[in-house]
Design a protein around this ligand. Structure first.
Ligand SMILES: Nc1ncnc2c1ncn2[C@@H]1O[C@H](COP(=O)(O)OP(=O)(O)OP(=O)(O)O)[C@@H](O)[C@H]1O
Ligand SMILES: [Mg+2]
Length: 360
């Protein structure tokens, strides 16, 4: 027979061994193999209790649940896993033997292991945030470089295009109308105008367009733009609601460019909406900025589209339907207003584009 002190001492050693094991599991945890980590923790923890054979462990985290057995829980103790002070799951230890009870030291043991697991989950969250921040910065970098190249190309093309247009118009004046030659010159002119429009859009993307910044109430501009698109909504069988928080939303902006932002976002939303789908247009303000949102119920964006939406010429529309410059223009305008634009898929269906523009 062991003495009471001996038994107590043995339990303490088991608990300390358990804590030591859990610590090393957590230090060596591979973020990609969480199930394995949870399993190892559960098994270590089980061994730390007074009656390992009749103690079962359940670990619940936001992404995974690990159970050492599927038996019903009767007699159990539990501890909450906190991640940055928010409850994010729990660890439960239960006794399958009805006669047995938990020692008073066993709750602190469970608390301790739970705390360590919480620390691991915090570490993972920090890593994930860092990774997504890095991706965002890389994306911004790429768009920045693309902007510089684009600005260069647009600049170089602008003068020759203006020359093509000018000389073609001179030529047309010297030709009898209704001749094949005159029709051919018309084609040169319309193609040159088309190319000029593309160059103009590229210049928007590269923030190279002149601006007329004024402090204005943007609510009428927003309502105007939406009114102009009313026919387009009807034609495509798409419904819309407008939620504008205030009748006055003051912003220092170029109103024509602001209209272009709204136009492009809504036209995309209509294009990608199913019949009978709803487009929600929102405008709100915080102390420092104006927030515009356009939400739809379309297919949303694939991972590739998420990466590339704002790059010039990225389009998933069939050839002839779009040039992939709409959102590049929007991105350029937003950047030249020192704002930001983001896109995310809705939980249910569709995508939400959010534009934030600083008030001054
Ligand atoms: N609301 C949306 N839902 C789903 N995908 C979208 C949405 N808006 C944009 N996209 C994706 O982003 C791509 C680029 O959009 P963007 O407006 O820049 O060009 P586009 O609409 O394809 O052509 P353009 O605007 O020049 O006519 C689209 O082709 C589509 O793949
Ligand atoms: Mg578009």
């Amino acid at each position: 027979m062991m003495s009471k002190t001996e038994i107590a001492l043995k339990e303490r050693i088991k608990e300390l061994t358990c804590l030591y094991e859990v610590s090393s599991i957590i230090v060596n945890a591979d973020v990609g193999a969480m199930t394995e980590t949870l399993r190892a923790i559960a098994i270590s923890l089980k061994k730390g209790f007074q009656f390992p054979e009749s103690t079962e462990i359940i670990i619940e985290t936001p992404l995974q649940i690990y159970k050492t057995s599927n038996k019903d829980l009767k007699n159990y103790i539990t501890a909450t896993i906190n991640v940055f002070n928010n409850p994010k799951g729990k660890i439960i230890a239960s006794l399958t033997n009805n006669e047995a009870t938990f020692l008073k030291e066993e709750q602190p043991l469970l608390d301790n292991v739970t705390l360590k697991l919480g620390n691991l989950l915090e570490r993972i969250e920090i890593q994930q945030n860092e990774r997504s921040l890095k991706r965002q910065m890389e994306r911004a970098d790429r768009l920045g470089i693309l902007g510089e190249i684009t600005a260069g190309i647009a600049h170089e093309l602008n003068t020759p295009l203006a020359n093509i247009l000018g000389f073609a118009e001179l030529l047309k004046d010297n030709l009898d109308s209704d001749t094949t030659a005159s029709e051919d010159v018309d084609k040169i002119i319309s193609n040159a105008i088309f190319s000029r429009e593309i160059v103009k859009k590229l210049m928007f993307f590269a923030c190279e367009m002149p601006q007329e910044m004024q402090e204005v109430n943007i609510v009428p501009s927003i309502k105007n733009a939406i009114a102009l698109l009313d026919a387009s909504f009807k034609k495509n069988g798409v419904k819309y609601i407008v939620k504008i928080e205030d009748e006055t939303l003051l912003l220092k902006a170029d109103t024509i460019q602001l209209t272009q932002i709204i136009f492009n976002l809504i036209i995309n939303a209509i294009y990608f909406s199913p019949k009978g789908g709803l487009v929600t247009i929102e405008a709100q303000q915080t102390i420092n900025c104006i927030i515009l949102k356009v939400m739809d119920e379309g297919p949303g964006l694939t991972d590739t589209a998420m990466e590339k939406v704002f790059q010039p010429f990225f389009t998933t529309k069939p050839t002839g339907d779009g040039s992939g410059l709409g959102l590049s223009v929007v991105h350029g305008i937003v950047a030249s207003h020192n704002g930001s634009i983001t896109v995310e898929n809705n939980e249910n269906k569709g995508a939400t584009f959010t534009v934030k523009l600083p008030k001054s």
